[in-house]
Ligand binder design. Sequence first.
Ligand code: RVK
Ligand code: MG
Ligand code: MG
Length: 315
Amino acid sequence: MNSAPNEKLLARFEGCLLGLAVGDALGGRFEAQSAEHLAARFHNVAALIHYPNDELWYTDDTQMMIGVAETLADYGEITEVALCRAFVANYVPTRGYGRGARAVIEAMEDGRDYRSVAEQYFPGGSFGNGAAMRVAPVGLLFCDRPERMRLQARLSSLPTHMHPLGIEGAVLIAAAVSCATRATKFASDAFFEELLDTCTTTEFRRRIESASTIRDKSELTSLGNGIDALNSVVTAIACFALTPHSYDETVGNAVLLGGDTDTIAAMAGAISGAYLGLEKIPARLLDLLEDGPKGRTYIKGLAGRLFDVYSRKSP
Ligand code: RVK
Ligand code: MG
Ligand code: MG
């Protein structure tokens, strides 16, 4: 895939972070509902996209993504100490955190050994999609340094997600965001090949292989809609790859799958926004997105700060 010229990149950074927040906030309205229930309520994607008419509140997905982006904007890289500090500073438990994530962040907050709390909660580590849902800023900042991107995505997972599938989910979303950020013309084969090259587990490899054959939205269900990384990360990637030209279709299809709607739509929205840029996200949804101290204006500025760091590092 060809590379995007630099002047378009700022809109892609903004599109990625706000695409994630809008997908999260829209999907957050329908968390844990079934696909059947959603299909009965919304006859198509357009009906879903036009449905909200009051303020859209984001959930833990966006709140934790903000922590990752702030760390990168402030320090130019993920360090565990800075990342945990940002997670704690942003933490609002009523935003709908996973139960393991809540226990780990509260241990960070109290200065307890959060790694052992994580291990006690889920021996072998969490394989939830919490590291993947927040990782998009890593994919942006290191979009043309794949090795660094993979290491940084891994590092951004470890404080809460030590299970290989939880980590790999994050690395794959970061890789998809990187690829989308660089691409001028989306090429499905090259996209999935790049993801397969990134993959280290057979579980994810199989999912990516089946995602690469999907030609119709009815097939997306087979990839899963769960809260675990394996049953949500590739689903989000496939939603984007099926309709790369449309943010509405990508995020709408993700929500209509039901299940972990906020997170699948957040991940799909981040990749789509990174490819299409801010102007392709529906203005009405952006206007409805909350605009408090860390709302849409702040998130747009954060994307700008991240872009400044990227520009200083890239020739
Ligand atoms: C509520 C068994 C495991 C596991 C393991 C399951 C928010 C648990 C966001 C756990 C996202 C859940 C989501 C989430 C992100 C994970 N054995 N079960 N080894 N590892 N699970 O708690 O940040 O919505 O049921 O680490 O990954 O919108 O509660 O949190 O949808 O996955 O939570 O894993 O969650 P956690 P997270
Ligand atoms: Mg959430
Ligand atoms: Mg979720």
